[in-house]
Design a protein around this ligand. Structure first.
Ligand code: UDP
Ligand code: MG
Length: 316
């Protein structure tokens, strides 16, 4: 008998006690239906304050397919994902949210494409059930801006729900930056990509951990970690304004020489000063964003700390 390939399912979980039971049942069913493969269910407990870890441990005692990484505190989903990628052992890895917004039933289809030779099979949302129109519009605009500012193709309406071949996982492990943006990294690594469409379900239970402040931060992080286009924009804009100002100075000098000067023009002067002051502060802010990133990266801190790791397939 040939050795079965292993699919690792990576589940970042932060305060997910309410959904774990549903999730686990559906994963077990999936594994039962997809018996040509071995499965590893790797939970990353991202410093949950509820019973999440306890529940995962209780599953792990009964089920040797379960592995878990318990992080030393809450690090955020991005970091939880790289912690998971560092610990998965499968030939392919599927990243999936704990809250069942990503239907596990899609995984066999992903595996099928993977077997056909695709390295990164990602799920694209057809609909966004249970999300407000404001969230839809903001995310739509965000994708547009991000795509305009870079030459790497960005996958639209795509989250982190995807199957990654081992070589993608190995590639992603090389990305050790501390301010992470997985979406950008998935695009950056390239390899053979395949899109499949699906309907995103509303959360099965519990609450989203995102709010608009967090999403705004994520958006700014996304742009600044992906592209230096904002710096270029401020350079170009600065150039244009300086050029216009230069023309205006020539005009002023010529006019003064021909007609003499008077002291009028206070409002227009204020307007120009305030406008330029605003632009300067904005540009400083943009530079600051990048300096901040340099500062954070040069510290070279570890991305996360592991409190406990239990491998799949062996008794603890
Ligand atoms: N998550 C995490 N750490 C965090 C926040 C979220 O590991 O600090 C996990 C969470 O448990 C879930 C996934 O990331 O499995 C997506 O989180 P959520 O459903 O809150 O985000 P949304 O679906 O609203 O974008
Ligand atoms: Mg969710």
């Amino acid at each position: 008998m040939t050795k079965l390939k292993t699919i690792s399912i990576l589940i970042p979980a932060y305060n997910e006690e309410e959904v774990l039971q549903h999730l686990y049942e559906r994963l077990v069913k999936l594994a039962g239906d997809t018996s040509d493969y071995n499965f590893e269910f790797l939970f990353v407990n991202d410093g949950s304050r509820d019973r999440t870890l306890e529940i995962i441990k209780s599953y792990a005692e009964k089920d040797s397919r379960i592995a878990y990484v318990n992080l030393s505190r809450n690090f955020g989903k991005e970091t939880a994902m790289i912690a998971g990628l560092d610990h998965v052992t499968g030939d392919a890895t599927v990243i999936i949210d704990a809250d069942l917004q990503d239907p596990p039933e899609l995984i066999p289809k992903m595996i099928k494409y993977w077997e056909e030779g695709y390295d990164d099979v990602y799920a694209r949302r057809k609909s966004r059930a249970g999300e407000s129109w404001l969230k839809k519009i903001t995310s739509e605009t965000y994708y547009k801006v991000l795509q305009k500012s870079t030459s790497i193709p960005i996958q639209k309406d795509t989250g982190d729900f995807r199957l990654l071949d081992k070589r993608c996982v190995e590639a992603l492990r090389l990305f050790r930056e501390s301010q992470r943006n997985a979406k950008g990294m998935f695009s950056w690594i390239g390899y053979k990509k395949k899109e499949i469409m699906y309907d995103r379900d509303p959360r099965a239970a519990g609450e989203t951990k995102w709010n608009y402040a967090k999403l705004t931060n994520l958006a700014i992080d996304g742009i600044t970690s992906f592209t230096t286009a904002p710096l270029r924009i401020s350079t170009v804009f600065g150039g244009l304004v300086s050029f216009a100002a230069f023309i205006y100075i020539i005009y002023l000098v010529v006019r003064t020489l021909l007609y003499g000067s008077d002291l009028a023009g206070y409002p227009s002067m204020m307007a120009v000063i305030l406008f330029l002051g605003g632009i300067q502060l904005l540009s400083l802010g943009i530079i600051g964003e990048y300096v901040g990133r340099i500062f954070n990266e040069t510290k070279q801190r570890p991305l996360y700390l592991v409190e406990e790791y239990k491998k799949s397939g062996d008794k603890k």
